[in-house]
Every structure is written in C-alpha cells, then in structure tokens.
Design a protein around this ligand. Structure first.
Ligand code: UDP
Length: 473
C-alpha cells in the first residue's frame, strides 16, 4: 500500500469559473467542513494511482479537499495479479458481463480476503478511530468490516453498475454483499445502480465531476495542441511550431517528451485529416474493437478526410487491468488484417502512463483536435471520456448506457445511440456531424454548458461535505 501525495489546491481556482452565488456556497461549505472535520483525516482508498476515471477524479478531489483545509489523503492498495484478475471479474460481473469467463468461487473469495487482510493491517497503522474512510470500488470492499470494527466512519463508493440486473450482475453483488453491509454510507453514480438490499437512508447518489484546470482539461491554444500532437508523433503537421517555441508555450500545461511516434503500427495522422476519436482503457466493455470494425466497414460512406484514432493507455502500466493487453492485441490484429487503403485511416495509440501529466496533456490535445468524439461503450458507469470532450465543446456520439444518459441529451448537446451494438448507427452519427459542422458546433457549445452547470467539482465537494457531516453526527 502506498500514499499518493498531492499538494493542496485552493478552491478559489475553481470558484473563479462559478457565478458568485455558487462560489459563495462552495466557500461556506469549505469553512463548515474544516470546522466539523478538525482532527480527523478523510482517507480515500482505491486500486490504482493512474488510469481510469477513479484515479482521474481522486487527483483533483484530494487536492481540493486539502486546499479546503481538510486533511484529505489517498492510499493505493497492493495486490497480486490473481487478486486483480478476480477484481476485474467482479468489475465485469457488476456490469453484467462475464469477462474472462472465470467464476467467483470459494478459492477466489479466499484469495481476495487474504490480499485485503494484508492491506487492512497496513491501513490500520495509519487510520485512527473517528477518521472517515472512502473505499472505492469492488477492489476495496473487503476492507469495510475491519475498518468499521476499528471505529472508522466508512463509506463504500461504487463507480460502476448497470441499469438493469442480470444473472452475472447479481452474482457480483452476492460476492460483495457480506463485506459492504457494514458500511455507514454507500455512494453510487446513479440511483439505478443501487442494489435493492442497500438501506435507502444510507445511499448517496454522487455523479463524478471534472476539473477544468487539470492537465487533462486546461485550455490549450490551437498551436499548442497541434505541436503537442506533432512532437508525440501522433499527427504529422506540415509546419509545426518550432520546438523551442513549443517548449515555451506549453509551460504549465504538462510535459510532453519528443517521440518518434505513439502510434502503434502505422503512420501518424495526416495534419489535414479530420479525426474521429475514442479514448478509453482497453476494456472489452468500451468496445474499441466495435468502433474499429464499424468505422472500417463503413469507410466508403464517410468523408475522405475522416481518420479514426483509438487512444488508450500503454497497458503495461495499468496493474489492475489484466484484460487490457488482450483487447489491444485483438484491435491490432483486426487492423492489420485490413486492406491498406482502410488501414491508413485507422490509428491505434498507446499513451504513456508513467507520467500522469504527460498522459493527461496528450489526451487533452487529442480531444481538442478531434472533430467528433465517440464513446461506444456497451455499459458505462459514468463515462468521464464523455464529460471531457463535452467540456472542450466537442460533439460526442455515445451509447445511451449508464451515466452517459445523464450527460447527453440526444440532439441537444450530443448524439446518443440507443443500441450500443449498432455500428451503422454510430457511423451515421459521426457522418452527420462531419458533414454538418454547424450542428456539430452547436451541440459542442451546449455540451460545454452542461458540464459547467452540472459536472464540476463544486457540486461534488458540496455533496461530500453533506455526506461527511451526516456520517460523524
Ligand atoms: N484515460 C487516460 N488515458 C488513456 C485512457 C483513458 O487518461 O489512455 C482517462 C480518460 O481521459 C478518463 C478516464 O481515464 O479521464 C476514464 O474514465 P471513464 O469514467 O471514462 O471510464 P473508466 O476508465 O473509469 O471506466
């Protein structure tokens, strides 16, 4: 187990974007929380420091919590490959999908418990009775009973779920139920994800949020975008800004190393191409392969300058996602089997994970460069990869599943695909937006407004403040 140490970030940074009444509410809540939580630590425990939406949010919320004067910390648990295979299975089950086809049998339970028992020992050396602990996702569920017994106030937060139950989903919950029942509070991203047996008065529905100032979302001027992508070998621009000029301009926007190319197997995207982008972990449920297939099969109907970029992490870095390598390999195989004329318009990237800021800056630049962003998830807890391009006023075509439905209103601030398996529908949506830039721009502008109104950190922090107050009263 290790601690991710983050410097405090003052709430005034966020407040400058908010209308004055909203900014005042945030400031008042921070003062209240400071008072109420004096002498206690608010701990967050999850399974990874990088990669995925939970790590993304903790980077920001922990820093703001500290900036608000609350001793907020973040610990990452230790596990071995077998543990992460089991927890990935649990993750898939809660999404209603079988993943690696393995089961959650007694052997799996016993290994899960052994790994968490070791983590609990370490945790109890740091956590004091009366501290607040937020445990994130199935990987941490088994820590609930031990922490409750030690006198901590424990909330279990589940970032995943599916809108309707199925057999696998029920099996996943049956595995977790004995551990989480003792929690003092439960946090879900959507009401639909709450199992019927969780006490209603302990449930908090808290959708995720994004930070407009993080390396992932900060404003970038168009030249920084284009040179960033050029320097990383992702896009070939004919007249890139000189590297010295680039180094000067990107100051404060995260580092980007000069690389031959981050494209796996293939040329960079031509500078004058219009990019259709999906950014995701290499997870079957994000269906990168489906996006690739749909794009390739319908390429002749799309404008000639449309290129697909599938951007995901360099999977060697994500220790809690054993499936990643397999999914990336099958996307590569599929691409290689295609005709050259198709292949040259499809680009797979492996974004470096060893430097969080660099990764975030690259995703930021890619999202800003994209003409259309796709998120064709088969199921989705919330989908920050939808919120992020929406903040950047990009038009998004995404499946109407999970939390994506809370973000996109079809035809108003993006396009929704009713059937997440409908490849033709996905391409039709992309095609419409590429051929009608005016509509695309309108959808993008309204998308930005949606995020400003509903998915920034102040709403998230206010909800946390209320939750903590209720837990310690
Ligand atoms: N992400 C990233 N680099 C990648 C792939 C994903 O930084 O190569 C980020 C992405 O920008 C988003 C998060 O990981 O912030 C994914 O969150 P989301 O809620 O979309 O899905 P999750 O991965 O949590 O299922």
């Amino acid at each position: 187990m290790f601690e991710v140490r983050l410097a405090p970030v003052g709430l005034d940074r966020l407040a400058q974007l908010l209308a004055s009444e909203r900014a005042r509410r945030l400031e008042a809540a921070a003062l209240r929380a400071q008072e109420q939580l004096r002498g206690r630590v608010v701990w967050n425990v999850n399974a990874t420091a990088t990669g995925g939406g939970v790590a993304e949010m903790l980077q920001v919320l922990v820093a703001y919590g500290r900036g608000a004067g609350v001793d907020t910390r973040w610990l990452v648990l230790d596990g071995d490959p077998e543990f992460f295979t089991i927890t990935k299975r649990l993750h898939n089950f809660l999404h209603g999908s079988s993943g690696d086809e393995g089961s959650l049998d007694d052997r799996a339970r016993s290994h899960y418990e052994q790994v968490l028992a070791r983590n609990l020992d370490e945790l109890l050396q740091r956590v004091h009775p009366q501290d607040i602990v937020i445990l994130h996702d199935p990987q941490t569920a088994g820590l609930v009973p031990g922490l409750v017994a030690a006198g901590a106030h424990v909330a279990w937060r589940c970032h995943i779920g599916r809108d309707t139950a199925n057999e696998l989903h029920d099996l996943g919950w049956a595995f977790l139920r004995p551990y989480i029942m003792a929690a003092h509070a439960f946090i879900f991203s959507r009401r639909e994800y709450v199992p019927a047996w969780v006490r209603d008065d302990l449930v908090w529905v808290v959708p995720p949020s994004l930070d407009p100032f993080s390396a992932k979302n900060a404003d970038l001027d168009p030249e920084v975008v284009s040179t960033t992508l050029h320097v990383a070998g992702l896009v070939s621009t004919s007249s890139p800004t000189s590297v010295t000029e680039f180094d000067r301009r990107r100051e404060g926007h995260g580092r980007v190393r000069h690389r031959d190319s981050l494209i796996i197997d293939g040329p960079p995207v031509p500078g004058d191409a219009r990019v259709v982008l999906q950014v995701s972990r290499w997870d079957r449920l994000k269906d990168m392969e489906g996006v690739l297939r749909g794009f390739a099969d319908n390429l002749s109907g799309l404008p000639d300058d449309a290129h697909l970029v599938l951007a995901g992490p360099d999977v060697t870095g994500v220790t809690d996602d054993p499936e990643g390598g397999e999914v990336l390999a099958s996307c590569l195989e599929l691409r290689v089997s295609m005709d050259t004329s198709i292949r040259r318009r499809i680009h797979l990237t492996a974004l470096p994970m060893d430097d969080v800021d660099e990764n975030a800056h690259l995703v930021n630049a890619l999202q800003r460069h994209a003409s259309v962003v796709v998120q064709k998830s088969l199921v989705e807890g919330f989908g920050l990869t939808v919120t992020e391009p929406m903040w950047k006023s990009r038009p998004v075509v995404a499946s109407a599943v999970g939390g994506i439905q809370d973000q996109i209103d079809h035809g108003v601030n993006g396009l929704l695909l009713d059937d997440p398996y409908d490849l033709d529908g996905m391409v039709k949506g992309v095609d419409t937006l590429l051929r009608d830039p005016e509509t695309a721009q309108q959808l993008g502008e309204r998308a930005h407004r949606t995020v400003l109104d509903r998915f920034l950190g102040d709403r998230h922090l206010l909800q946390y403040g209320e939750l903590f107050a209720s837990m310690i009263e």
